[in-house]
Write a protein that binds this ligand. Structure first.
Ligand code: NAD
Ligand code: LMR
Length: 338
């Protein structure tokens, strides 16, 4: 067979498998939901990542097509496609990192919580597969509502006896990416020079940019603070409305997911000083999960940073964020425990 899409047979595939097995340096990464709006550009960008030696693309539709397409890129990673539930375990076995953008996106007028009904079950099924087949993998969870799907994943792993909070990360990188972009616009800087910590969670007021801690150090007027906070909190809705029924952020999300996954892989490789924001199990607040800056290493989250000094505006925002987050976390936990 001329492509890598099929699971077996064919000398081309055998050679590719040999190369992967022969210890080509790099990590094995699976994308669950790889044929979707995020999944496709995410798959393309991961195929371009030199740290990846094997890339597994799993979806319940169109995985062979996306795999055939991506597999023609002349980069190092060997690409294999997996279609439908019967192939989930094969997709997951041996993976170092699993990225999950599977699930339905918002339409105008919906909140992320409106996706819970469908996405909670999808995340549960996929995490049961991870517990069975690659319990030591780092999990990057993108499916919304992240504030509930991460607690769902944690409960699934606890039930299976495989839970390690250091390896379960809700992806909030898009909030950081947006914050860097919008703050740079206001400051007249290149976004690549700007770093904004965004804490809390990933929905509305739970998204709390810490504008008092922006690097390089700077200050904002009250109006600028209000404008930036609201724009960052409503960034997802801005895209949902502009797409007018055709989904939510996919391209900027794929970019953010790859940026985050690359940092996780660099941590796994043992690079020093890998610090990013993520939604994780945490004791920084009284809530069991919270997004803050974390240091990533060989075992996943190796250090969780405190919030640092907040100004009055941020202290008020934090209280609001915690109120909403508490309910979303509880909803996720009881979905599995009920
Ligand atoms: P999409 O509908 O374009 O793609 C989702 C893909 O998931 C589809 O290909 C679908 O077939 C697949 N899928 C559905 N059920 C599955 C299952 N059981 N197993 C495997 N795959 C399955 O949606 P999208 O735009 O790619 O968004 C995906 C999710 O990501 C949504 O929940 C969205 O809200 C979320 N999202 C999160 C962030 C974030 O910052 N964390 C940003 C953007 C979007
Ligand atoms: C985003 O922030 O773009 C995503 O969470 C998708 C959405 O529904 O807004």
């Amino acid at each position: 067979h001329p492509s890598n899409v099929q699971m077996e047979g064919g000398s081309v595939l055998e050679r590719a498998n040999c190369r992967a097995k022969g210890g080509a340096p790099g990590f094995k990464v699976a994308i669950l939901g790889a044929a979707g709006g995020i999944g496709q550009p995410l798959a393309m960008l991961m195929k371009m990542n030199p740290l990846v030696s094997v890339l597994h693309l799993y979806d319940v539709v169109n995985a062979p097509g996306v795999t055939a397409d991506i597999s023609h890129m002349d980069t190092g990673a060997v690409v294999r496609g997996f279609l439908g539930q019967p192939q989930l375990d094969a997709a997951l076995t041996g993976m170092d990192l699993v990225i999950i953008p599977a699930g339905v996106p918002r339409k105008p007028g919906m909140t992320r919580d409106d996706l819970f009904k469908i996405n909670a079950g999808i995340v549960k099924t996929l995490c049961e597969g991870i517990a069975r087949c690659c319990p030591n993998a780092i999990v990057n969870l993108i499916s919304n509502p992240v504030n509930s799907t991460v607690p769902i994943a944690a409960e699934v792993f606890k039930k299976a006896g495989t839970y390690d909070p250091k390896r379960l990360l809700g992806v909030t990188m898009l909030d950081v990416v947006r914050a860097n972009t919008f703050v740079a616009e206001v400051l007249g800087l290149d976004p690549r020079e700007v770093s904004v910590p965004v804490v809390g969670g990933h929905a509305g007021v739970t998204i709390l940019p810490l504008l008092s801690q922006v690097k390089p150090p700077c200050s904002f007027t009250k109006e600028e603070t209000e404008y930036l906070t609201k724009r960052i909190q409503d960034g997802g809705t801005e895209v949902v409305q502009a797409k007018a029924g055709a989904g939510s952020a996919t391209l900027s999300m794929a970019y953010a997911a790859v940026k985050f996954a690359d940092r996780c892989l660099k941590g796994l490789r043992g690079d020093a000083d890998i610090v990013e924001c993520a939604f994780i199990e945490s004791r920084v607040t009284e809530l069991p999960f919270f997004a803050t800056q974390v240091r990533l290493g060989r075992t996943g989250v190796e250090e969780i940073y405190q919030l640092g000094p907040l100004n009055e505006y941020e202290r008020v925002g934090l209280e609001e964020a915690k109120k909403e987050l508490a309910g979303s976390i509880e909803k996720g936990v009881s979905f599995i425990r009920k």
